[in-house]
Design a protein around this ligand. Structure first.
Ligand code: MG
Length: 295
């Protein structure tokens, strides 16, 4: 298994490999072409994977470095899927914040939107509250799928051949912007609204058979708000890859955030929005955890 990270120990971003309990990191930059980041590792995986397996050298305590998003600046927007867990789809419809006109029915086709690359931030970084622009901040814990080999017209049966690894995404959302502008881009793409990480765990360790069993959890100030297995997805990972790639060529390093389970802030009555000082932790079994303070 390889857990790829991007970290900064004071000398700028480096590519590293996290140990199994995520306490220490080894600098892999020396083994890679000059300036290569995780994105280049994904692109050149066949040439690089053997070298990473031989990685030796000093281990650095994770606590002494800053972890950045594994892919700090994606080449293009993060693909996202809306209303992809049944219970969440219903809570969203009931909330009055859903301007997508779907009523209370479950989606019959995947709802795909995107977040701007500039929304991506590190797994332990501060998420800006954008005071004055939004007062209805919400969290969405999600499994992120990272594409390895790209392609167009990828069918379900071959979809997992195109998955390079998995990561954790918090699809932070300004619900007032989402509702008032009647689309999902603005309210989900504000700067720092896509915390990601802490690592990308490669798909040689997490097999297609393992994916449905991954447990997605979200805690706000320690209180459990969301908890569901990936098996509860309405449209599974192969369906999402098939749908998106039908007419859009997927590229190495593309990220697909697969949707969030029930228990978001607008699922409560009255809604429980985030406030400055709140800390949101998203955990996925075998992928670790990300933890972001809102400020
Ligand atoms: Mg989402």
């Amino acid at each position: 298994m390889v857990r790829l990270v991007t970290f900064d120990a004071g000398a700028g971003p480096r590519t590293g490999v996290l140990n199994d309990d995520a306490t220490r990191v080894r600098d892999a930059s020396e083994l890679l072409p000059a300036g290569a980041g995780v994105l280049e590792v994904v692109e050149q995986w066949d040439a690089v994977r053997g070298r990473l397996a031989e990685l030796r050298g000093r281990e650095i305590e994770v606590d002494s470095v800053r972890l950045l998003a594994p892919i700090p600046v994606p080449r293009r927007n993060v693909f996202c899927v809306g209303k992809n867990y049944a219970e969440h789809s219903l809570e969203f419809s009931r909330s009055g914040y859903d301007a997508s006109g779907e009523g209370v029915d479950l989606p019959t086709r995947p709802i795909v939107f995107t977040k701007a690359p500039s929304s991506v931030t590190g797994p332990f970084d501060v998420v800006e509250t954008h005071q004055g622009l939004t007062s209805e901040l919400d969290y969405e814990a999600e499994l992120g799928v990272v594409i390895g080999t790209g392609g167009r017209g990828i069918d379900r049966a071959h979809a997992y051949d195109h998955v390079w690894g998995y990561t954790i995404v918090n699809d932070v959302t300004a619900r007032d912007l989402q509702r008032d502008h009647k689309q999902w881009f603005l309210g989900k793409s504000l700067d720092t609204f896509c915390p990601c990480g802490p690592a990308i765990v490669t798909s040689d360790e997490i097999t297609p058979a393992d994916v449905p069993g991954l447990e997605v959890e979200c805690r706000v100030n320690g209180e459990l708000r969301q908890k569901a297995p990936v098996a509860d997805l309405i449209f599974d990972v192969p369906t999402l890859i098939e749908t998106i790639s039908a007419g859009i060529t997927l590229q190495p390093g593309d990220i697909i955030a697969t949707g969030t389970p029930a228990g978001v802030g607008i699922g409560f009555s009255p809604p429980r929005f985030l406030a400055a000082g709140d800390v949101v932790e998203v955990t996925i079994s075998r992928l670790g955890a990300i933890r972001n303070e809102f400020r």
